[in-house]
Design a binder for this molecule. Structure first.
Ligand code: FES
Ligand code: FE2
Length: 351
């Protein structure tokens, strides 16, 4: 009995800090400027990112192999990162390439740090955070909106003082829009009562309102595949809101630690050619502020929820998406621990 409770705590703690084994957005591409390191804490790990000589993003632990200073306080030199303390320089694979203070130092050539695979898509930088069961990065397949010519996407990133899990729960709960966002641009439309329906998909699920479609934020698709976890939802737009179909949000929630996270939102519209130009103009000129206003409503509400609220929640039918999402995360966590335990017992046997 006790062992089961311990196992549950271990799984819960792991999920709270951040389920690994996914490609996660960690910065917008413009935040990572050539020549300047960028520090990021992701799922409790301190990391440093920079662009190498070819402009490719690199990421290693933010820890100097010499005496542990943060490499992010240093500078980029010849595509590598040089510590600001004594100049020890590490490349994108975490190998020491230079110890400038001492000729022929034995540290040179030593593999010293963990490095993380990096990619860019949709105007953001992604890293792969390995789990025990998924140590190698799977192919990075971003949401199709990021790579298709049919879509215009605006990436945006916010830092919220609450668990990343609340952002995901929030997305898996379309019904909140009719209440929390009732005074916003389009989210006021429609009925304030409904029943929710959950449809399992090959990669995740879709949660939707039973009695209302195409009126408000009426559905969310939650995708959890081999390498990514994100959500997608559509908000129908009136004709006055420019060309294209519904306004689409593609979102990721990247854990910083148990208490804080980065919420990433891509604001997407399916428009091409000159219509794309007018959409971009309209968005920048009129709509962007409104969207930040709506996000602010989410932020305030989510930051008001205590970290341990799950212990006391009383869910009802509308939370079937939230429950399903949590089940999927528990499953991924268990796969991680199964691999970890197998590694440990293999280690014991050979010891
Ligand atoms: S601590 Fe980084 S070079 Fe000494
Ligand atoms: Fe919301």
């Amino acid at each position: 009995m006790e062992a089961t409770a311990k196992g549950r705590d271990r799984v819960e703690d792991y999920i709270n800090l951040g389920v690994r084994g996914f490609w996660m957005p960690v910065a917008t591409s413009v935040q990572l400027k050539a020549g300047k390191p960028l520090a990021r804490k992701i799922a409790g790990e301190n990391l440093v990112l920079w662009r190498d000589g070819a402009g490719k993003v690199r990421c290693v632990e933010d820890f100097c192999p010499h005496r542990g200073a943060k490499l992010s306080l240093g500078h980029v030199q010849d595509g590598n990162i040089a510590c600001g303390y004594h100049g020890v320089t590490v490349n994108g694979e975490g190998t020491v390439v230079r110890v400038p203070a001492m000729p022929d130092c034995a540290l040179e050539g030593r593999k010293a740090l963990t490095y993380y695979e990096c990619n860019e898509a949709g105007g953001a930088v992604f890293i792969y955070l390995p789990s025990a069961d998924r140590p190698d990065a799977p192919e990075f397949v971003p949401p199709e909106e990021f790579t298709s010519d049919e879509w215009q996407v605006f990436p945006c990133m916010t830092y919220w003082d609450c668990s990343y899990r609340f952002s995901l729960d929030n997305a898996a709960d379309p019904m909140h829009a009719s209440y929390l966002h009732a005074n916003s641009f389009t989210l006021a439309y429609g009925s304030k009562q409904d029943t929710m329906k959950l449809e399992r998909r090959e990669k995740g699920f879709q949660i939707e309102r039973v009695n209302q479609k195409g009126v408000n934020f009426d559905y969310t698709e939650v995708v959890m595949d081999e390498g990514t976890m994100f959500f997608r939802l559509d908000i129908p737009y009136p004709d006055g809101a420019g060309p294209g179909g519904p306004f689409r949000i593609v979102g990721f929630a990247t854990p910083v630690d148990e208490h804080t996270h980065y919420s990433f939102f891509w604001r997407c519209r399916q428009v091409q050619g000159t219509a794309a130009e007018s959409w971009r103009f309209l968005y920048r000129a009129f709509l962007e502020d409104r969207h930040w206003h709506v996000l602010e409503q989410d932020r305030v509400m989510l930051e008001s929820i205590p970290d341990d609220a799950r212990r006391r929640e009383m869910l009802y039918q509308h939370d079937i998406g939230v429950s399903r999402l949590r089940q999927m995360m528990v499953r991924r966590a268990k796969e991680h621990f199964k691999a970890l335990d197998a590694e440990e017992s293999a280690g014991k046997q050979t010891a």
